[in-house]
Design a protein around this ligand. Structure first.
Ligand SMILES: C[S@@+](CC[C@H](N)C(=O)[O-])C[C@H]1O[C@@H](n2cnc3c(N)ncnc32)[C@H](O)[C@@H]1O
Length: 170
């Protein structure tokens, strides 16, 4: 059952974007979120996808989880939302974690980790190579993120939904 998204503390203000992705993701495909924190956004997406009957999707949760307690809260939230079996946590820097996915392995990546320009450029480039359909990210209002997305995707080649950017490959 989907709980109210305000029930997990975090930075989740992109329900509209995740509702679209939940509708579009094909059953059996894979999604990665870079920067998961306590799981507010990823638990919402996975439970929405589960509600739509696409129970064979896999969600990679990438985070450094500097604070162990945030990682434990994330695990507890996955269980509480009934999505633990769909989620694979990877505790690593995004540039290490993303290396492990082959080209076109993921349907989509959401980038909400280290928002500095150089790191965002790396995350976007690595995600473009590994996805078939969608690369998106949070905090486009930050100048560092905006510059990184303009450099990699190109100004005018992506859409804005709330505080997120989204690039559809097809
Ligand atoms: C803004 S929070 C994510 C919020 C989450 N998406 C939500 O909606 O609640 C950013 C997270 O990114 C993680 N992070 C920062 N730099 C990272 C990196 N280089 N690789 C992986 N995770 C990183 C932090 O540990 C933190 O949990």
């Amino acid at each position: 059952m989907i709980k109210n998204d305000s029930e997990i503390s975090g930075f989740f203000d992109f329900k509209i974007l995740y509702d679209q992705i939940a509708e579009q993701i094909p059953n059996g495909s894979r999604f990665a979120e870079v920067g998961v924190f306590r799981g507010a956004s990823l638990c919402y997406l996975a439970s929405k996808v589960k509600e739509l009957g696409k129970t064979n999707c896999q969600f990679y949760a990438i985070d450094i989880w500097k604070g162990r307690s945030d990682q434990n809260i994330f695990f507890a939230n996955c269980i509480e939302y009934g999505v633990a079996e769909m989620i694979r946590p990877i505790r690593a820097l995004s540039s290490i974690a993303l290396l492990h996915f082959p080209a076109n392995y993921l349907f989509s990546v959401m980038i909400d980790g280290d928002h500095r320009e150089n790191q965002t450029v790396k995350d976007v480039k690595m995600s473009l190579h590994r996805t078939t359909d969608i690369v998106c990210g949070h905090d486009i209002h930050l100048p560092s993120v905006r510059r990184a997305v303009d450099k990699t995707i190109g100004e005018g080649n992506y859409d804005i939904i709330g505080n997120c950017w989204i690039y559809r490959k097809m």
